[in-house]
Design a protein around this ligand. Structure first.
Ligand SMILES: N[C@@H](CCC(=O)N[C@@H](CS)C(=O)NCC(=O)O)C(=O)O
Length: 421
């Protein structure tokens, strides 16, 4: 069957994108995606803005030309394609109203609180301590409200999964993967049980494998703050120590400035521009057969000065159990590598069988050393990174097989994997 349309936007690291795709999986509806979408490039193009003036993602374009914005509206529309008795929608006016109640709660109450808790410490927006604290309080309050509701319920509306559950679980994903440690999760046992039930549904797993937070995301300066700090440093390179001390004291007294000291922008941005643009490679890789087409393209365009290859192996393979858990672990690691996305590409594969498997792969990164955007990841130490010479025929064959997820040079049978792009 032809797809009903396309959900347009980044297909990874975007919980809003997952909603409609999970709905489609639940209902066996064919919904196309845009895996090579480049955030903040493709959604700022004239032709995109002509159809979707807010320039946000995700959006939907139906096979019949119907345009829609807002992830929850898109998910609702996809759910409605199963007909008026769609199992994910309400069957009575009351059920429909309850579904809407939870959808609005998720979007209008919970999401802003989660965003306010996380975005500033993830470096997406400026950090203002009282604002972050207020959002965290709100977030915990709403989690408490949900916990009470879910004490006696498996799902939000009636006795079955509805679209409200899919939307809420997607909206909870950020806080469960980046903020709520196992200690925190114990305070919201019912929400945690509910969240785990949802993310373990096959329709969820077909779209996203979720790894629960191990360590709270560390504060990152926003791009704006980093730029400001850099400009300041450029202007006043030789500030007198006394003056600097006084400044530091003033800053201490100012709650708003209690954010971590902004770091300068990536050192990698100061390197001479590479001959090969990483996004061009990512796009080519996404749109072509890996072997031979994409690999031929890579070897033709690869810029040895601007990039380096690294073999990446998990240090604790003997602790790995089920294959799907190993693959989840890779997904979690990739989430923690978010800062490196602009500078790195790689594949990590889950090789072997249940209770006897390993993580193995290759990364290509900007520069000739491991970028700090990679080394700063909370779980970086769990992986061994070894410099790889792509001119060595054995290594080259391994890189090709790794990027293709198949081939004779893989150390063991490939069960699954993930691409960092
Ligand atoms: N309520 C909207 C929010 C969409 C939204 O804010 N998307 C973000 C990415 S997750 C975005 O497009 N940001 C870019 C921008 O605002 O320019 C939805 O659920 O689709």
């Amino acid at each position: 069957m032809a797809p009903i349309g396309t959900i347009i936007g980044p297909t990874t690291n975007n919980t809003r994108n997952y909603k409609a795709r999970i709905v489609a999986q639940f209902l066996g509806i064919d919904l196309a995606t845009t895996p090579d979408f480049v955030m903040n490039v493709d959604n700022k193009k004239e032709e995109y803005l002509a159809k979707y003036p807010a320039g946000k993602v995700p959006v939907f374009e139906g096979a019949d030309g119907f345009h829609l914005t807002d992830s929850s509206a898109i998910a609702y529309y996809v759910a409605s394609q199963a007909g008026s008795n769609s199992p994910l929608l309400g069957q009575t006016a009351e059920e429909t109203a309850e579904i809407l109640q939870y959808m609005f709660f998720a979007e209008a109450d919970l999401m802003p609180a989660i965003a306010g808790t996380l975005y500033s410490i993830q470096g997406f927006i400026h950090y203002i301590k009282p604002a972050q604290q207020y959002s965290e309080e709100q977030c915990f309050r709403f989690l408490g409200v949900l916990d009470a509701i879910l004490l006696s319920k498996t799902f939000l509306v009636g006795e079955r999964i509805t679209i409200a559950d899919i939307i809420l679980a997607c909206d909870l994903m950020t806080v469960y993967t980046a903020y709520l440690t196992s200690e925190d999760r114990k305070k919201y046992r019912n929400v945690t049980r509910y969240f785990k039930t949802m993310i373990n549904q096959p329709a969820f797993k077909a779209v996203i494998e979720v790894t629960l937070c191990v360590e709270r995301v560390k504060p990152q300066p926003s791009a704006k703050d980093a730029k400001k700090a850099e400009k300041k440093a450029e202007k006043k390179p030789a500030e007198q120590p006394k003056k600097a001390e006084k400044k530091a004291k003033e800053v201490d007294e100012d709650e708003e400035m209690e954010a971590p000291a902004p770091k300068p922008k990536s050192k990698l941005d100061l390197l001479p521009p590479p001959k090969m643009v990483l996004d061009d490679w990512k796009r080519f890789y996404s749109n072509n057969a890996t072997k031979p087409d994409a690999m031929n393209w890579l070897w033709e365009h690869y810029d040895d000065e601007g990039y380096s290859f690294w073999k990446v192996e998990y240090k604790y393979n003997d602790e790995l159990a089920k294959l799907f858990m190993t693959n989840n672990l890779i997904g979690g690691h990739f989430n923690r590598l978010e800062r490196a996305r602009k500078y790195a590409f790689g594949n990590l594969l889950t090789l072997g069988k249940d209770d006897d498997n390993m993580i193995w792969g290759y990364f290509m990164v900007r520069g000739k050393t491991i970028p700090e955007e990679v080394a700063d990841a909370a779980d970086f130490e769990s992986f061994a990174w070894t410099a790889a010479d792509h001119n060595d025929p054995k290594t080259r064959a391994e890189i090709e097989d790794c990027f293709a997820w198949e081939g004779p040079s893989l150390p063991r049978e490939c069960y699954d994997g993930k691409t960092f792009k």
